[in-house]
Ligand binder design. Structure first.
Ligand code: CAA
Length: 691
């Protein structure tokens, strides 16, 4: 065996040149891999002892794509194109031996080979769309030639990989192997070399393109199918255009089109934002100061207190991954209602074909109801999910302290209250943690893991990895009112209310945020959540707050058919004159002069209020890193990922510009809300960005 580069070895076995890639953890196509592959393929052409070439990967996976870390620093020669052209032009048959995942440039490499052999657990896909780009090394031209245009459009626009069986049926994989992949792929390569003749080149295939040539409507349909999901994103449309080029242009012209569109996307802000987010999401799982030596606590049985919307959704997360869960309520009626909602949710999923009837029964079977808190005595993790009332939560934790087994983790799902106060009523504050799920808890990916002053390291570590186990993206946050997500949201809500008082129509405020890329604006969001969240009759101030006035009228948002908006039978919002009138009346009563407010000011005030609060959250150590705030906002509040999250967005604007604007609004409104975060001032003055 000869090392061609530090990442690629060359060996000849049974007349087959085996190029072995070793670039942990995912064999990304870093410079050393590209250079090694190119030299290896060239060497094999000259090597008289070689009649076929096999590309094989060490470690847990075949090539999982280009090395994304190289995107921002620029790629050294040879580029992937050059490498894949050399593979494609090889005079000797080429075989890719695939295990794990063949993604992006990895699948493009495999598609440049004459043959693909895989184990039955592989996943193959082109996920570039999720990074704001497109497969720029021939993937958009080759994949449709192998799997057909319709399937390629689906794979390329969603980025979702397909499994081995489907890949085999579609002809993307030529042979599935059960045993030793390396040995069997080697035998396959040897056999193909022995058979001789022409070896198939994907670039030459036309048969699977013909149906789309006969039916060009296919592209309009693809655009229609993704319209809602792809709103605001550039990459899905660019990917479709490339597949159109595959159908309508000769192969080499199609490659040129792909290359041109790739460069356009790659140099744009959306790609930068989405690539930032790829790493932000992975970074979020890392806990500063808690090392490998800290052992996690085992979680085999979970208890949930409260069978309401949150409690039920939380319990479903456990059942979905096979963890038994006991859900406790105080009244039989509430318990029955909660369990009924869970069953209905599963049955609705089954109706859409995403669960079998057996799976529905299996998951429901994992969720036991109970009226006795004592039934949680043997749970490893107990999650309190009752309404936001400190006295009630303290009572529950006092009881849990008495009954939970030693070492059990006691978690609160509070979305804003002081976790340290809750922990203080127990004799074991080190076992208390916050697990703040987002509604609907069975759907939303975000989990804020709240670390109290006394929470033990192993409890934090267990909370973070448990989140991964139940398929959530966890972000570690500290204690303050609203933690990271809601605290920043309160700032935006404050501004949206102010803007409406100052004369910006509330529906226009919503529309601007929607056009920015959010699924909805603050008023629609409040209507969806229910205006009565956190509202109490005793402290209500209808003269000062339109929201309180609506609550007193019993108009609580979508659930009552009207709130800021009226809702039609399909729950579509219809703006109400009454809401505008209420704002006018409140402005008058408060002596606020209404004026014309530009779109720019509205958007600035909504977004900068979040950024300024985010800077304070960072300064206080409530979030570990700026990118964690981005993860909270993209997964918890619908910040468009193609804008990277609030802190990345601030960086892209330039912190000096951000500060200048914040100071402008401070002066304009005279409201100390706009006092800039000292941390932001420091970074801006030093010409730095949020890290
Ligand atoms: N480049 C650089 N680093 C990568 C990488 C890539 N393509 N893919 C994963 N990594 C890194 C991750 O950042 C992570 O690093 P840390 O441990 O330091 O955080 C490490 O590899 C492990 O990754 P995961 O935690 O995600 O591991 P996993 O087992 O959960 O998932 C995976 C593995 C399915 C391969 C997943 O990492 C993944 O989806 N990777 C990205 C795949 C992708 O998008 N490929 C296309 C790249 S673009 C391209 O190829 C363009 C082109 O046309 C040339």
């Amino acid at each position: 065996m000869v090392a061609i580069t530090n990442m690629v070895d060359y060996a000849v076995e049974d007349g087959v040149a085996v190029l072995t890639l070793n670039n942990p953890p995912v064999n990304a196509l870093s410079h050393g891999v590209r250079a090694g592959l190119l030299q290896g393929v060239e060497k094999a052409q000259q090597d008289q002892a070689v009649s076929a070439i096999l590309i094989y990967c060490e470690g847990r996976t075949f090539i999982a794509g280009a090395d994304i870390t190289e995107f921002s620093s620029g790629m050294k020669e040879p580029g992937l194109h050059q490498v894949l052209t050399a593979i494609d032009n090889s005079a000797k048959p080429t075989v890719a031996a695939i295990h794990g995942t063949a993604l992006g440039g990895g699948l493009e490499t495999a598609l440049s080979c004459n043959y693909r052999v895989a184990v039955s657990t592989v996943k193959c896909g082109l996920p570039e769309v999720n990074l704001g780009i497109l497969p720029g090394a021939g993937g958009t031209q080759r994949l449709p030639r192998v799997v057909g245009v319709e399937k390629a459009l689906q794979m390329i626009t969603t980025g979702v990989p397909i499994g081995a069986v489907e890949a085999h049926q579609l002809g993307l994989v030529d042979a599935l192997v059960e045993g030793d992949l390396r040995a069997e792929a080697l035998a396959f390569a040897k056999q193909k070399a022995a058979e001789g003749g022409e070896h198939p080149r994907v670039r030459d295939r036309e048969d699977k393109l013909q149906p789309a040539r006969d039916n060009p409507e296919i592209f309009a349909m693809a655009r229609q199918m993704i319209a809602k999901r792809a709103r605001g994103f550039l990459a899905p449309e660019y990917n479709i255009r490339c597949v159109e080029a595959a159908v309508n242009q000769p192969f080499d012209e199609g490659l040129n089109t792909e290359g041109k569109l790739f460069m356009e996307l790659m140099s744009g802000p959306q790609a930068r934002s989405q690539q930032h987010f790829f790493f932000a999401e992975r970074e979020a799982s890392k806990i500063a100061g808690i090392g490998k030596e800290v052992a996690e606590r085992p979680i085999n049985k979970v208890g949930v207190i409260g069978a309401g919307l949150m409690g039920g959704g939380i319990a479903m997360n456990m059942a979905n991954v096979g963890i038994p869960v006991t859900i406790v309520e105080t009244k039989q009626e509430a318990l029955d209602r909660g369990l009924g909602v869970i069953r209905k949710n599963y049955e609705n999923t089954a109706k859409k074909g995403r669960l079998s009837p057996e799976q529905v029964e299996q998951r429901c079977g994992l969720i036991q109801g109970s009226l006795a808190l004592d039934d949680l005595a043997d749970c490893d993790l107990i999650i309190e999910a009752v309404f936001e009332n400190m006295a009630v939560k303290k009572q529950i934790f006092t009881n849990l302290d008495k009954l939970a087994k030693p070492g059990a983790i006691l978690a609160s799902n509070t979305s804003a209250l002081d976790l340290n106060d809750i922990a203080a009523v127990t004799s074991r504050p080190e076992d208390v943690i916050g697990l703040h799920f987002f509604s609907p808890a069975n759907v939303m990916k975000l989990l804020e893991v709240v670390r109290g002053d006394k929470t033990a390291d192993d409890v934090i570590k267990t909370g973070m990895s448990f989140a991964k186990r139940i398929k959530k993206v966890a972000v570690l946050v500290g204690v303050c009112f609203g933690f990271v997500g809601n605290r920043i949201l309160f700032s935006r809500q404050y501004q949206s209310d102010k803007l409406a008082l100052e004369g910006a129509n509330y529906a226009r405020v919503d529309k601007l945020l929607y056009d920015f890329g959010f699924p909805m604006g603050p008023f629609q969001m409040a209507d969806l959540a229910g205006l009565d969240i956190g509202w109490l009759k005793e402290t209500s101030k209808p003269d000062l707050f339109v929201k309180d006035r609506l609550c007193e009228m019993g108009e609580l948002g979508q659930k009552t058919g009207s709130g800021y908006y009226d809702y039609d039978e399909k729950r579509r919002p219809v703006p109400r004159q009454q809401t505008t009138d209420f704002y006018l009346e409140t402005s008058k009563a408060l002596g606020v002069e209404q004026r014309d407010i530009s779109d720019e000011e509205i958007l600035d005030r909504l977004l900068l209020s979040m950024i300024n609060e985010g800077a304070k959250v960072l300064d206080e150590g409530i979030a570990q890193r700026a990118s964690d705030i981005d993860v909270v906002y993209v997964y918890g509040y619908g910040w468009p990922v193609y804008r990277g999250g609030p802190m990345h967005y601030a960086n892209s604007l330039g912190l000096d510009k951000v500060l200048e604007k914040i100071r402008h609004y401070h002066q304009l409104t005279g409201d100390d809300f706009w006092a800039p975060s000292p941390y932001l001032v420091k970074l801006a003055e030093q010409g730095e960005s949020f890290k």
